[in-house]
Design a protein around this ligand. Structure first.
Ligand SMILES: [Zn+2]
Length: 384
């Protein structure tokens, strides 16, 4: 009790710091749980690397390669879009980060095995600028896996972080004019991500990382130091400090896959749990054409209002019986563990998966193995 009172008496900055230290102690001592055999997530695929949703809207299928955290490579007709490139995981106690060339070899092997060619990438989309959503993009650019002419879309900080790796016109900040805001609905157009793929960026937000004594702890927020990346992030394998990767604005994405003007498939991607209605696509667009599959973030889903994710699922699937909603749960694995420990993936620390399962069940979105899946990193989810 005295500790809590003392915290209350500190200046806001000092108490943030103290809680941050406490969060780190808790995180490093909290164990990553192995995947339970019963209870949510029952629908994890621990031992296969393919999963298919049968939608039957188009003769062509979408293939989505899940690579851990929010990293997805989405392929449609030899065109890819890349979301949140990250694969160099580090232990939580290590404050210095770097792109890991050994992890990159493993990453390349998975892409090769799953017949995904990064050179087909038509655009890259970064949901926010924490390191676990973008820190390996410089390595992909340096190794020419992603071309210097490929547009990159993201928040107000991305251009500064990437300044030593991109060409002058390559980065497109998602300004208010380009972004749908669910709190102040505005008229915006989809951005053409490739000849067959269009993306609507949506203003979203980011759940706190933890709660301690009921107080939300939100790490790596605040203003980015632009000079830090200019001076310290010159080569992709340079080490950077974890705390410099400031969050900035967060976005979710509504993505259409089209033949001429006809929408073959519609996906929704949200790589951080968000306070509803932030992150939600325009309701009229969803009524006209609901999504086929939603990709939602499991980590920190306890730390937004308790109706999440049922509230957003109801909007994304307005005409479906709830249990028929197709959901892929991502950002669920303990990425503080071994680098790319795909075979030994454990649940991310301090997220209450049972609670998430109960909320889904209560809202009618009871996870079953046909409609909801929590894929192991390295899995291809096919939508056809
Ligand atoms: Zn984040």
């Amino acid at each position: 009790m005295r500790f809590i009172i003392n915290i209350a008496n500190q200046s806001l900055k000092q108490s943030d710091k103290l809680l941050g230290i406490l969060a780190i102690i808790l995180l490093t001592t909290a164990c990553a749980k192995t995947i339970p055999e019963k209870g949510f997530p029952r629908t994890i695929i621990p031992s296969v690397d393919q999963f298919t949703f049968h939608i039957q809207h188009s003769p062509d299928s979408i293939r989505v390669l899940y690579l851990g955290c929010g990293h997805l490579i989405i392929c449609y007709r030899q065109e890819n879009i890349v979301i949140d490139p990250f694969f160099s995981t580090h232990g939580f106690t290590k404050s210095k980060l770097f792109s890991d060339t050994i992890a990159f070899q493993k990453y390349e092997n998975i892409l090769h095995k799953q017949h995904v060619n990064l050179k087909d990438t038509k655009s890259v989309w970064i949901a926010h600028t924490h390191y676990d959503h973008m820190s390996d993009l410089p390595l992909l650019l340096e190794k020419k896996q992603i071309d210097s002419t490929t547009p990159i879309y993201g928040n107000e900080y991305g251009a500064s972080i990437l300044q030593n790796f991109i060409t002058p016109q390559q980065y497109h900040p998602l300004t208010k004019e380009l972004t749908y805001n669910p709190e102040q609905p505005n008229s915006v157009s989809f951005i053409n991500a490739s000849p067959s793929i269009s993306v609507l960026p949506i203003r979203s937000d980011h759940a706190p990382h933890y709660k301690i004594f009921g107080l939300p702890i939100h790490l790596m927020t605040g203003k980015l130091k632009t000079n830090y990346f200019k001076q310290n992030f010159i080569h992709a394998t340079d080490t950077t400090s974890r705390k410099q990767w400031k969050e900035g604005c967060t976005y979710s994405y509504l993505i259409d896959f089209k033949t001429n003007n006809h929408i073959d498939y519609r996906l929704f991607i949200q790589t951080s749990a968000s306070h509803y209605p932030l992150g939600r696509p325009p309701l009229d667009a969803l009524r006209e054409r609901p999504v086929d599959v939603a990709f939602l973030c499991a980590a920190s889903s306890d730390y937004v209002k308790k109706k999440y994710p049922v509230n957003i699922l109801r909007d994304l699937f307005p005409n479906h019986p709830a249990k028929a909603a197709n959901v892929v749960w991502i950002h669920w694995e303990d990425f503080f563990g071994e680098p790319l420990a795909f075979e030994k993936a454990c649940l991310v620390r301090m997220t209450n998966f049972k609670g998430l399962g109960k909320r889904l069940h209560k809202g009618g979105f009871t996870p079953d193995s046909t409609h909801q899946v929590m894929p192991r990193p390295g899995t291809v989810v096919t939508i056809k």
